[in-house]
Design a protein around this ligand. Structure first.
Ligand code: ATP
Length: 610
């Protein structure tokens, strides 16, 4: 069934108010420019249509040449001044609109940093972010600028509309009515096209997202080897072309709607102006109006059409901008889970045991439960290995523990306290973690370890942590030492191997020195020597901490106090390695399977002993 489009959360007026408040806060001078522009833009056209009439009245009346020059000279000076000021306001304001766009971009960026992790990870969150950012990419055509520019034009057009309606209705009120009705018909046509464009917005964003993913993946050096080795270049090219083709087809359909509405508009405008001018010609030839009045009304009809058109077109622009504004604000409004009303302080914690009590969790209504009445107790200071097949839910356990997601039911306790009772920021202070998915940002090694800017980084401690994780040799030989950037794109920068990157992350966890340590597959990319060293370090690092260690290498879990085997959303086996081996359940079968790959019995035995 076709998904029904949700109604817009904010209407035009709410969005204009929102933008004006932002401008008042960030750029009050722009507000002054806006007011100045409105006043000047109303004065100029009104003078413009009265000058010919007054000139004709003066010429055809009894005024002498000096009087004519005096009046026209006065008008001329006012016109030149108002045009110069209006031009200045016009040019200056675009620089300020630019500043405002940078401000909104910063707001979106800050929101992406501070919003709950689930909003960043989810498909819906990613789409919202893409849509929000794309609204600011079009320079002066961005929704935030169009909304203000069009609002100014509408205010100007409306004020002029009332002034000109007054002038025109002295000729014929029906004429005013006719001009309005025909203009409204053209508004309806354009709105149809815009509403079609809005309905296709999700599809457009989906194409953009896929395309940017294909381009990013295609140009990613990490994927470059596989791309060449498996001759996947053609496939990516094909993907890119088909996405561009689909997106062009969609853009074409949208364009067709605009073209059709443009044709209707042109016909309606031709009809409107034709009727008005014919009537004026008839009135002057029938002697109902004088020649100076004819010039006034003629100017008024031409300008009146312009103002009604201005209102209509700008309303259409405003509608389009409003859709963009809603996309932007949908991301800014990303609702985070509420903080506790009376939060506990971390100092209230006496110890750092962890307990999952009957926790159920799924990533969404379409997917099944990843954790299904999950129970697990880790005593303070205990080191537990969490094992299970791929997709069993081990990383999910960590995400829930960190508060990145909330359980659908059940509670999670730390030191006997529900984690929901701590502020999110405080809760995260309890953990130092090394996650499976490695990403090293292109900052210096020191910044990557401390995860702070250099001026607040304890350089000695960084060195200590790098020594402990066996990565110090990598940097002590570098001319820039721990200030070496972690990217080849900067001169003097280096790229670490997969295993070295894991060591860097270990150093980061060490530096944080939090009471709970979480290692999610920390040795996957390490050589055996580094792996065995990591276990030793783990003992050293985790000696006084509660620790969760996730690994597929079952031999590596033996140094933990306890092993918990996760299957079907529950802990199905729990105990020491020897206990679980004796039990002969899923853990022992998995362990046996892993050991049998070692052909040499001695190595297999050593593996079992490890
Ligand atoms: N953000 C997400 N949205 C939807 N489903 C998810 C998300 N993250 C994980 N899953 C699903 O939840 C299940 C458990 O994933 P999880 O990463 O916790 O498993 P895991 O035991 O850590 O796996 P592995 O050993 O392969 O790392 C999987 O079926 C996975 O597809």
């Amino acid at each position: 069934m076709k998904k029904k489009k949700e109604p817009l959360k904010y209407h035009i007026f709410q969005n204009i108010t929102f933008l004006l408040k932002c401008i008042r806060r960030e750029h009050p001078l722009l507000l002054i420019f806006i007011i100045m522009q409105v006043i000047l833009s109303v004065i100029s056209p009104v003078f413009g249509i009265y000058i010919p009439k007054i000139t004709l009245d003066l010429v055809m009346g009894s005024a002498d040449t000096a009087q004519i020059f005096l009046v026209l000279g006065g008008f001329g000076i006012v016109m030149v001044l108002s045009m110069a000021l209006s031009g200045m306001a016009n040019e200056g304001k675009y620089i300020m609109y630019n500043d405002m766009r940078r401000y909104y971009q910063m707001e979106l960026f800050l929101q992406s940093l501070s919003c709950d992790y689930k909003n960043v990870e989810s498909e819906e969150g990613q789409t919202k972010y893409q849509r929000a950012m794309s609204t600011l990419r079009n320079g002066d055509w961005s929704g935030t600028s169009i909304m203000i520019v069009s609002s100014i034009d509408i205010v100007v057009s409306l004020l002029c509309f009332f002034i000109y309606s007054g002038i025109m209705s002295s000729l014929s009120p029906y004429m005013v009515l006719l001009l309005i009705v025909l203009s409204l018909i053209s508004l309806f046509g354009t709105r149809q096209a815009q509403s079609y464009e809005y309905k296709q917005n999700d599809l457009t964003a989906a194409y953009e997202k896929k395309l940017s993913y294909v381009i990013r993946t295609g140009s990613n050096a990490a994927f470059g080897k596989d791309m060449r080795l498996y001759h996947a270049g053609g496939w990516f090219q094909e993907l890119r072309s088909s996405l561009i083709e689909e997106s062009a087809k969609l853009a074409g359909k949208i364009q067709d709607r605009y073209f059709a509405s443009g044709v209707v508009n042109a016909f309606v405008l031709f009809l409107r102006d034709g009727i008005a001018y014919s009537y004026l010609i008839y009135a002057v030839s029938a002697g109902q109006i004088t020649i100076p009045e004819f010039t006034l009304y003629f100017g008024a009809v031409t300008a009146f059409s312009g103002f009604v058109n201005g209102i209509v077109n700008n309303l259409n622009e405003l509608n389009g901008a409003n859709l963009q504004m809603n996309s932007m604000r949908a991301f800014l409004d990303n609702t985070n889970d509420p903080e506790p009303e009376t939060p506990l302080a971390l100092s209230d914690l006496k110890e750092y045991s962890i307990e999952f009590c009957d926790v159920c969790f799924s990533y969404g209504t379409d997917t099944g439960f990843v954790l299904d009445h999950f129970n697990l107790k880790i005593n303070a200071g205990e080191k537990i290995a969490l094992v299970g097949v791929n997709g069993a839910g081990k990383t999910t356990v960590v995400k829930l523990l960190c508060g990145f997601y909330k359980p659908d039911s059940g509670i999670i306790l730390i030191g006997g306290q529900d984690i929901n009772n701590f502020r999110k920021k405080d809760l995260l202070k309890l953990y130092a973690a090394v996650f499976q998915d490695i990403y090293i940002p292109p900052f210096t090694a020191a910044e990557n370890v401390s995860m702070q800017e250099l001026k607040t980084t304890d350089r000695n401690r960084v060195e200590e942590c790098l020594v402990k994780t066996g990565l110090w040799e990598q940097f002590c030989g570098q001319p820039t030492g721990i200030d070496t950037p972690m990217t080849k794109e900067i001169t003097g920068g280096i790229v670490l191997s997969g295993g070295q990157q894991q060591k860097l992350l270990m150093a980061r966890a060490l530096y944080k020195d939090a009471p709970i340590l979480i290692l999610d597959e920390p040795t996957a990319a390490l050589d055996p020597i580094a792996e065995s060293r990591t276990y030793e370090q783990f003992h050293e690092i985790a000696s006084d901490k509660t620790a969760v260690y996730i690994s597929h290498r079952l031999a590596s879990t033996r140094f933990c106090d306890k092993i918990a085997f996760l299957s079907n959303g529950k802990i199905t086996e729990e105990g020491t390695h020897d206990e679980l081996m004796q039990k002969g359940g899923a853990y022992s079968q998995m362990f046996a399977l892993q050991s049998q790959y070692y052909q040499n019995k001695e190595v297999a035995a050593a593996y079992a002993e490890a």
